[in-house]
Design a protein around this ligand. Structure first.
Ligand code: SAT
Ligand code: MN
Length: 593
């Protein structure tokens, strides 16, 4: 190439050819290869401060931390601008926005021609998964956003570990990202599973722009997982140690902003701590799950950091998240205390005297607006989490004893129920629903079905996805974990939460562990198996609330089952008949009860 004097820092010819080809149409002024070093990070942060994108925080209380604001129109994932690009619409299925791969590819090429003019293009090699794990995978993100580079540095293993893992292989995920003009009308988040390509344009926000996360680790990876016989899921991973020193790992799927981070970092109540219970964190958002040689499922966390929701995070609700985010952390769209030079958000604690809100204006409580955006985030290294599990970087992953599904359900769903078997568990996951949150653009607080909390992230046809989950039952020698459904968000008629949540959620895990260890009884209901009782020692909850939480209303469930039937019908012709059969069995059980 004549126009760019690209010094190729990779020894991989396929990488170099692709970077050169992209630079030709993106037309950056400068190309900078990211090596992942501290010196490189220091220089980039200095540049981000000079340009006003980063405000350094208090070096005593928040060393190495920065406050940042996005464009006010660019604060969440944009599901209606997110596309799965395949030859046939049927491959993307009824839950995705589809575009023809050839058409979208050509369109993005045209739209993005020259978009990096006058800018630096950073070449970010990144590894998803622990160093040395055969389950880890390599991607490259070409981006003109130093903000993205600094976030990727926390969220993935960037630079050398990725180049080392790739070696001379050519199967890296090819990602192109440009801030463009941030024009929401021309915002595109495109996935090309067949060629392992990701293109995102006109957004600088988390899930749209940090391509390792939802784009690669969920949408592209889920497509590959199906072909290769594993699972890429929107799940936290936690370990629980019992007083008799047994340890169990769980994966749990909740939609965005439903408390995955809090659950993954749960601090048990004092009585539980005294008795020797311990919770440790492997990951808070994504799990890649493979079948081990012993037939058990093993999970790795493909990420290296947390991209957690700030509002509501406090010493009381999640001290581990706060501790993780007290150094080397980027705060995006929180409020800023200009006196203490600290971030602030609703729910953190007392409101400081002076505040700048997430839009950049002086703010006071009388204004009636929120100081921090409801989807404001902290990007923090997972290694800084006090509860991080010793096995969080284990190349083999951690063996799973249980899989948990859950959502925000003010009614219908009990605190916990156990699936009757794998098929029923898959059905519970596929039909799970939740009240929407601020993590995605759109209305907040309306009930939507969200299969396995993967609705925005399944990279292929949801019917094939259900079939893939079901197929695990037939794998030779498989030892499947139990499947549970939980609901921390049950309310009474006045909207009061019946369950205290947070640390007290360990009581539900305790019951699950007892089930797994064969030590707890259940009540069989039409909906699934419920606890006879859960431990209430030291729990502040009334008998009647507990009774509501641990029972089902047949009347409510009959309409729930009918709504599930209607939902299954929207999932298209590839949905396995087994899912309709589960629905029919549920209705039969309810009618017999
Ligand atoms: O998609 S993000 O990574 O920005 C956050 C989320 O919705 O889980
Ligand atoms: Mn998520």
């Amino acid at each position: 190439m004549a126009r760019y004097l690209v010094s190729m820092e990779s020894k991989n010819a396929a990488v170099n050819a692709w970077v050169t080809e992209c630079a030709e149409y993106l037309q950056p002024n400068v190309i900078k290869w990211i090596d992942g070093s501290q010196a490189e990070s220091d220089a980039l942060c200095e540049q981000l401060v000079a340009s006003g994108t980063f405000t350094p925080l208090n070096p005593e209380t928040y060393p190495g931390c920065y406050w940042s604001r996005s464009h006010p129109n660019d604060v969440a994932r944009v599901e209606d601008r997110t596309f799965i690009c395949t030859p046939s619409k049927d491959d993307a299925g009824p839950t995705n926005h589809w575009a023809s791969d050839t058409e979208m590819s050509a369109k993005m090429r045209t739209l993005m021609t020259g978009c990096m003019r006058g800018r630096t293009m950073y070449v970010v090699p990144y590894l998803m998964g622990p160093v040395g794990s055969k389950f880890s995978k390599v991607g490259f993100e070409l981006t003109d956003s130093p903000y993205v580079v600094e976030n990727m540095r926390i969220m993935a293993r960037i630079g050398k570990p990725a180049l080392d893992a790739l070696g001379s292989a050519t199967n890296f995920v090819r990602g192109v990202h440009s801030i463009g003009t941030l024009d929401p009308e021309k915002r595109y988040i495109c996935h090309f599973p067949a060629t392992r390509e990701i293109v995102s344009f006109n957004s600088n926000y988390g899930g749209n722009a940090l391509q390792g996360k939802k784009c690669f680790a969920l949408r592209i990876a889920s497509t590959e997982a199906r072909k290769e016989g594993w699972l890429a899921e929107h799940m936290l991973i936690l370990g629980i140690t019992t007083p008799h020193k047994t340890k169990h790992y769980f994966c749990a799927a909740f939609p965005s902003a439903c408390g995955k981070t809090n659950f993954a970092m749960l601090i048990p109540p004092q009585g539980y701590l005294n008795n020797g219970w311990k919770i440790e964190t492997v990951g808070d958002d994504i799990a890649w799950i493979n079948v081990g040689e012993d037939g058990r499922l093993y999970a790795i966390n493909p990420e290296a950091g947390f991209f957690g929701v700030a509002p509501g995070t406090s010493e009381k609700t999640n001290p581990n998240a706060l501790a993780s985010a007290h150094k080397n952390t980027i705060f995006t769209n929180t409020a800023f205390d200009p006196v203490r030079k600290e971030p602030w958000w609703e729910g953190l604690g007392p409101c400081p005297e002076r505040l700048v809100d997430w839009i950049g204006n002086e703010w006071s409580p009388e204004m009636g607006t929120k100081a921090a955006h409801p989807n404001s985030r902290f990007t923090a290294p997972a290694s800084q989490c006090p509860s991080i599990d010793p096995a969080w970087t284990s190349p083999t992953g951690v063996p799973l004893s249980g899989i948990i599904f859950g959502g925000r359900r003010p009614t219908v769903m009990p605190l916990v129920l156990e699936a009757r078997d794998w098929k029923h568990g898959v059905y519970l996951g596929l039909t799970m629903a939740s009240n929407t949150t601020a993590a995605a653009a759109g209305a907040v607080g309306t009930l939507r079905r969200d299969p396995m909390a993967m609705l925005p992230f399944i990279g292929y046809n949801v019917g094939d996805y259900a079939a893939h989950w079901l197929s695990f039952e037939h794998r030779p020698g498989i030892k499947l974990p139990r499947i549970f459904h939980v609901n921390w968000f049950r309310t009474d008629e006045d909207g009061r939460y019946l369950w205290p949540g947070f640390g007290e959620n360990i009581r539900v895990l305790e019951w699950m562990v007892a089930r797994i260890e064969g030590k707890a009884e259940t009540v069989q209901t039409a909906a699934g198996s419920l606890p006879v009782a859960i431990s209430r020692d030291g729990l502040e909850a009334s008998d009647s609330d507990i009774k509501t939480l641990l029972s089902i209303s047949n009347k409510d469930w009959i309409s729930e089952a009918a709504s599930q039937t209607e939902y299954l019908k929207t999932l298209g012709s590839r949905l396995p008949a087994a899912m309709f059969e589960e629905n029919e069995k549920l209705i039969t059980r309810l009618n017999a009860a």
